[in-house]
Design a protein around this ligand. Sequence first.
Ligand code: ATP
Ligand code: MG
Length: 567
Amino acid sequence: MEEITQKKSVEEGGLNFVEQEIVKDLEEGKNGGRLNTRFPPEPNGYLHIGHAKAIIMDFGAARKFGGTCNLRLDDTNPQKEDTEYVESIKRDIKWLGYDWEDRLFYASDYFPQLYDFAIRLIKEGKAYVDEQTSEEIAAQKGTPTEPGVNSPYRDRPVEENLELFEKMNRGDFEEGSMVLRAKIDMANGNMHFRDPIMYRIIKKPHWRTGEKWKVYPMYDFAHGQSDYFEGVTHSICTLEFVPHRPLYDYFIDLLAGPDYRPRQIEFNRLNLTYTVMSKRKLLQLVQEGLVNGWDDPRMPTLCGLRRRGYTPSSIRDFVDRIGYTKYEALNHIELLEHAVREDLNKTATRVSAVVNPVKLILTNYPEDKEETIMMENNPENPNEGKHPMPFTRELWIEREDFMENPPKKFFRLSPDKEVRLKGAYIIRCTGVKKNADGEIEEIYAEYDPDTKSGMPGSDRKVKGTLHWVSVPSAVNVEVRDYDRLFSVENPSAEECDFRELLNPDSLKVRKDVKLEPWAASMAKPEDHFQFTRLGYYTVDPDSEPGKLIFNKTIGLKDTWAKEQKKL
Ligand code: ATP
Ligand code: MG
């Protein structure tokens, strides 16, 4: 399993292969010993956990080796971009624990330089205006084994190219009627060199530059040069950019002097089971109402994971475990969940809640009596202290914790059997009351006053311990329970439309969950709790006073740790 080998290599002393390359360059004094990375998202969607892997590399390496990391918004396509996305990107990077300080840049900052560079390439006979349709251009591209065909416009005179390109930018031509192409080599083995498009006409105003431009640079003409203009030394990105690198180098060679140029290093993408990572698909889920927004707790977006209750340190831990390599892999969501569980186990306050309640009546407990039981806030950290929980004659317990005709190994409550109520007494079940449909309405039991937890002589052992909440003081809350968003491991590998693979049961809402009063009184949005015996739950930001909503972050059962033990 890839995850294990990666973790090992990091523990064995080491730096991942990207970091090793950075250290080598620094030791060799390249770029005057400067380290400047950048994270370059396109503001056309919300960041997801895949981006977190890139962010952790870019900002993390800068932090580790005394460099700086820029945030650059790659805003070269006014058709898809929006300030809503810009704001969410900034929020999510900060949440992960990183800061670009005063180094916030935009690819659109470089539009003038890129335009001037394009003019220069035209003048040098290295670019031309092509009036063919995009279909014609695509048809001439050839294949990796067959050369392409030269455009009939390829040898148009420089003066004509200059005039047409300037007119393109003035708005004299329609979108799609012509493009500016680099004149390189239609037979090159690298398809990206077959006269790549540098500029296209877009007549929609840009959210930063307004109506100034009618031509916009293609990503491949903007990206490498933006790194160069910005003084980036290490352009770290994902593997799909390997074949683009020679083209970026081609343009940069035409721009750069001998003493500085950015170096691109590529690592493998993060891909997660049971979800999709493409921004286009995530946008579709949001726009078609298949999820409740970008921050739906089932989404792999950072805002979705945050709302679900995943923590920045668990995400960083997960990325550290999967590591950075040169080959693509599918990462298991169970490992991410394991990291979340480990983190919340250390920090989440333990409280009692009953999600599927049935009433338990202790028939020998006085009706007007109330005891205060002190419950530990976190057994992992005794400094966290204790909190009070009322104990009364009527209690809520989980319906699943009772069985009338139990199988052999059922150690919870059943007729005539004993269990301990957590932190309180041992009880023995004496009977039940059913409604007309045969459903259990109330369970009766007697408590043994000599068995109060922590009291002398109370150490009689019973097999099962149940959690409970006192009926008179219980607070009703809503709990949203989540399952996998998709019902197959790798939705992107399937032939059919990915939307057909959505898990129809990925959200279950329970309205009448019983929560102990102390927890209800202190819960604030984004607070994490462990509901004893059930799992980790996080307060939803839509909660209001008197109407608490909890998202189930993750159950207690660690399928990942279990698998690892078997190996
Ligand atoms: P698209 O280009 O299709 O809009 P993208 O996910 O590549 O989507 P960008 O905004 O270009 O979006 O991504 C910004 C940076 O994040 C890039 O450097 C990219 O390599 C990196 N990145 C994107 N997805 C992942 C992923 N799944 N794992 C690791 N890094 C990623
Ligand atoms: Mg991209």
